[in-house]
Structure formats: C-alpha cells, structure tokens
Design a protein around this ligand. Structure first.
Ligand SMILES: [Zn+2]
Length: 433
C-alpha cells in the first residue's frame, strides 16, 4: 500500500510540474533598490503605480529611520553591515585623526577603503552561503560597504562625461529641462549596466542605488516639481528593473526591498553659511579667536567640527553657539548647554570623531547654494519609506513597524533563510514576523 502511495505521489508531482512546464521552485532572488534621498511626503502626490502595487502586495512603512548622519555614504554601509556609524566607521567622507591630520574614509580606492570596515558585510555573508551578489552604485562611494560583492559597478566610470560633470548643475546651456533629463538618465544608465551584467552572469542578490532623486533634490529642492518628476521617473525605472529580472529569470521568484538612505530638508540657497568658494572648512568667528579647527560637512544639514587644542573646547562652543546657521550642537564634552552627546547620535567612531556635531538651520545652506540638503537628525532627514515585497513571506498590506536602515541586512538573512552568527550580531533586526 505504501508503495502505491509513493508512486501516486510521484505521479501527481510529475504531472504537476509537467503542467507548469517548470522544475520545482528555486530559491528566491532578492533585489534591494534604494531611491536616494526619498522623502515620504512626496509619495502622497507623486504618481507611482509600481510602488503602489508593491505596497499593496507587500509590506510598507513611510517612517523607517535613516542613521546619523543622514547621508548616502554612511547609510549605505549601514545597509550592508547592520551597524551604526560609530561601529562601521564610515562617519562621512573626510575626518581628522587624533593627530589632527586629514583622512578620508574612501581612499585611495573604494576597494582599499572596504578593507577598513571593521564589521562583516552582507555580501560576504551571502557569498559564504553560495549567493552570487552584485552592487550598482550611482555615486561610487556606496561601494565602501560592499566588500565581498562579486560584481561592483558604479561611480564616475560608468557615466559619459557630459552627464557626470553636470550632475549637480541647475541648467545645461540655459536649459533646466535638459539638466533634469540628464539626471534622470543617470538612473537608466545604471540600470543598463545591470542589464549588461545579467547578459553574462547569474545573480542571486542585487543592490542598486537610483540616485537621480538625490541630485534633483539638492539642486531644485525636495518640495519642487522637479523632485516630484524625479520620483515618478524612478517609479517607471523600478518597473523596468522588475520586468528585466522577470524576463531574465522566467521561473524564479524575486523579492524586493525598496528603501532610501535619507530624507531631505528644503534649505534656503540665498543664505550660504560657509560658501564653498571661500573656505568651507573654517568658521570665521573661530578663526578670529585663533581657535584652530576644521569643519567637515555631513550632508549639508550637519557638520562635524574638529578642534586642534582641547583647551579651547568651551571657548569654541560658546563662540559658535549663537551663530544664525547653527541650530543645535552635540558633543561628548561636559558642556551643559549641549543638545546631546555624540553617543546619542551614534556617530563617535573611535579615532575619527570630532568635538562638536553641528545641526544647521534650514534657513541656511551650509556650503553649496542648494535648495535641498540632508544629514541632520530632524524628522524630514531621518524618516524614509520602506517597502518589502516577498509573497508567501509577507502578507499583502502589511504595515512595517519600528524599522530602520539597520534592519535591511538582517531582513535579507530572513528572506534567504540564512542562519548565521554574523547576522545575529548586527544591531538591526529582521523585519519579517
Ligand atoms: Zn545627497
């Protein structure tokens, strides 16, 4: 009898698979698509049919939290490691070491910089579990967190010069339309790069940063029509990625995590605190008092101030405190009037942090005359949308609660059903129930 059961079962299964014309379902592929600098309120007005569909069929929150500083470079390393900046060390582009020497977090090459990241990356972990991984970075420095990715593409090298050099330009030959068009085209070029990799590689995991929305947010502001247009174009481009993966892997299920590295503040470009064509790294009021210092911007609405002489800390604090562009100051020094500590912000990586973290007032632009900047711990910079599409794993219409950019890597572990100590040690949590 038992044999008959088994034979019937085998027969049934072979009939089922013959009917489908497919082998049994394979492990899913996962694509993490980042919309650079996406502010959730724009989704209420923008026409985004692809994102709406993903939200309806999957899980969503408009209030996932980016980590400090709310900037691309920092949050991309958080995406791939599950740690705050004070643990992964990529606290910004430039910093001063304890000897007050200038250092970069991404030099001499991104590949070299990857070796300095002191925690495991999701690319390494996925590779150890047999996954073939790839990252497509628009700006290039997203690659710092991508140690272990089999395919690493991005930055200046993949864009034609006439596109790359104008990425922050408001107009090209007097035309705002042309400037906008070329920025949106950058997403397409990055997706073309993904398409060409798919021609000769099999991939199980893809991370891609669609950065047009960030460039456009900076130049025209997050409350502009151009920004709205950028988000709508990005929605169509995501639909292109989804279609491309479906065509390329007709029998395979793809899961999607769609999120953002930071929000955006509308800033006033008529008032620039420390214009880039002067000395953007020095505050004149400190220089007048002979306080040797160096200021590095962190996204435009935050900046880290390093002092050469620890005896001038209190003096420096009281000098900058009343400046009109200074909104709040965080420090680990015992100063009563501080807004909080660097540890509250989770930015104090040993040997890399400054004395003060300044959150700027949005009625000023810090260095660049921009309508949009980010980097602060204000809600507009911190809160970003997050979508998870994984049928059978996440029910349609699920509301994601209490999510942050720390949770992306652990959630990938859940989606691939990977049990790995390195994921358990991350600071984020998997978002699947
Ligand atoms: Zn930006």
């Amino acid at each position: 009898m038992k044999y008959t059961n088994i034979i019937v079962t085998i027969l049934l299964f072979s009939m089922l698979f013959a009917a489908c014309g497919e082998r049994p379902p394979k492990e899913p592929g996962v694509a993490v698509i980042i919309i650079d600098g996406l502010r959730p309120d724009v989704l209420q007005t923008a026409h985004t049919p692809m994102l709406d569909e993903i939200q309806a069929d999957g899980a969503f929150t408009p209030r996932a939290r980016a980590v400090m500083p709310t900037a691309t470079r920092v949050n991309f390393v958080t995406f791939t490691t599950g740690f705050y900046a004070d643990r992964h060390g990529v606290i910004g582009g430039t910093y001063r070491d304890p000897e007050f020497q200038e250092q970069r977090t991404d030099r001499p090459t991104y590949r070299d910089a990857q070796e300095d990241v002191p925690v495991p990356t999701i690319f390494e972990i996925l590779a150890d579990h047999g996954k073939r991984t790839a990252i497509f970075a628009m700006k290039g420095y997203e690659l710092v967190g991508a140690r272990g990715a089999a395919v690493q593409k991005g930055g200046a090298g993949i864009f034609p010069e006439e596109i790359w050099q104008y990425r922050y330009s408001e107009e090209i030959d007097g035309s705002e339309e042309e400037a906008l068009r070329r920025k949106i085209q950058m997403n397409d070029i990055l997706i073309d790069t993904l398409a060409s990799v798919l021609e000769d590689r099999q991939l199980d995991f893809i991370m891609i940063n669609l950065g047009a929305s960030d460039y456009i947010g900076h130049v025209y502001g997050p409350e502009s029509d151009a920004y709205l247009e950028a988000v709508e174009a990005t929605d169509r481009q995501i639909s292109r990625i989804v279609g491309m993966l479906k065509n390329h892997y007709p029998t395979r299920e793809w899961y999607y995590i769609i999120g953002s590295d930071h929000g955006f503040s509308q800033t006033n470009k008529e008032q620039v605190a420390l214009p880039v064509d002067n000395d953007m790294n020095r505050i004149p009021e400190l220089a007048q008092r002979n306080i040797e210092h160096m200021l590095y911007e962190r996204g435009g609405r935050a900046a880290e101030l390093y002092l050469a002489d620890p005896n001038r800390v209190a003096d420096a604090f009281h000098t900058i405190r009343g400046l009109p562009w200074v909104k709040r100051i965080y420090t680990n020094h015992a100063i009563e009037e501080r807004a909080g500590s660097l540890d509250d912000l989770r930015v104090a990586y040993p040997g890399r942090h400054g004395d003060f973290y300044i959150i700027t007032d949005p009625s000023y632009a810090l260095n660049f005359a921009n309508f949009g900047q980010h980097g602060s711990n204000d809600d507009v910079d911190v809160y970003v949308p997050l979508y998870i599409y994984a049928p059978e794993r996440v029910g349609p219409g699920t509301i994601i609660e209490d999510a942050s950019n720390l949770d992306i890597a652990p959630t990938l572990g859940q989606l691939y059903l990977i049990d790995d100590e390195r994921i358990n040690r991350m600071e984020g949590n998997g978002l699947l129930k």
